[in-house]
Design a protein around this ligand. Structure first.
Ligand code: UDP
Length: 241
């Protein structure tokens, strides 16, 4: 587990946002993985995914509070979470401010269209150079199309680990771009799914709100989080010896 925590971004959220903004301006390439305990548990079972997220070219941020708590237990001081949804909004904001381009890939067609409307309305200077729903047959082909458009930001919402693997396997085709796997963020930012109310977020209980709203997630959430707690504890005990 230590290899993940060594790699996860540890500075303040605002410094991370500044770093991204600089990278957009300087046309540097960046691949960001927004990690929660489930991400790390999938990585423990999927060697290809593990290679992708631990690659030197990859930046991992703490999407959920579980990662921050785990880091404290292992004495890696990750200060705060940088939720994927917030990162997405920040990227829209920067594209608006800097008149940069975005490609949106993933989610259902109606959700994507709603999101495009939201961006046009709230971030009028951001350039949506293209979008594609996440249910097309050949997702690699879409990446060939994205390559031709040379976007400044590419957001991929296909769920873990598919979104990250797709980005990682295509990254070498690009000279610039901020690439992020954003999970269910399009559903939230399009206004289709509600984000947890502020008091849930303040208490770091966004995960609980999501479970209440989508109880089908319970098994997936429970299994990965229990495994995660065991892994963190055994890692902590090994470090004590
Ligand atoms: N999705 C997609 N194509 C697929 C499977 C999923 O576009 O083949 C989308 C789905 O519609 C949703 C997102 O991927 O918008 C993943 O959402 P989920 O909440 O499962 O992601 P998480 O954040 O939990 O990884």
């Amino acid at each position: 587990m230590q290899e993940y925590f060594e790699k996860i971004y540890k500075d303040k959220k605002n410094n991370f946002y500044n770093l991204i903004k600089e990278n957009i301006i300087n046309e540097n390439k960046m691949f960001i993985v927004t990690a929660n305990p489930e991400t790390l548990m999938i990585s423990e079972k999927n060697a290809t995914f593990k290679t992708a997220i631990l690659d030197d070219k990859t930046t991992i941020i703490a999407d959920g509070i579980g990662i921050v708590k785990g880091s404290k237990m292992l004495k890696y001081n990750i200060i705060e979470t940088i939720p994927g949804v917030d990162l997405c909004s920040k990227l829209f904001e920067y594209c608006n401010e800097l008149k940069k381009s975005i490609f949106l890939f993933g989610a259902k067609e109606d959700i994507l269209e709603k999101l495009v409307d939201v961006i046009h309305c709230n971030y009028p200077n951001a350039i949506i150079c293209g979008y594609e729903n996440g249910y097309v047959e050949n997702k690699n082909n879409i990446f060939n199309e994205i390559k031709e458009l040379k976007p400044d930001v590419v957001l991929v919402a296909l769920g873990i680990p598919n979104q990250e693997l797709l980005i990682y396997n295509n990254l070498d085709k690009f000279d610039k771009g901020i690439f992020v796997g954003v999970g269910g963020s399009f559903d939230v930012l399009s206004g289709t799914k509600k984000r947890a109310p502020k008091y849930f977020r303040k208490l770091h209980l966004e995960w609980l709100y999501r479970l209440i709203k989508e109880p089908t997630r319970f098994k997936r959430f429970f299994t990965s989080n229990i495994k995660y707690i065991f892994k963190i504890n055994s890692c902590k005990n090994r470090r004590k010896k």
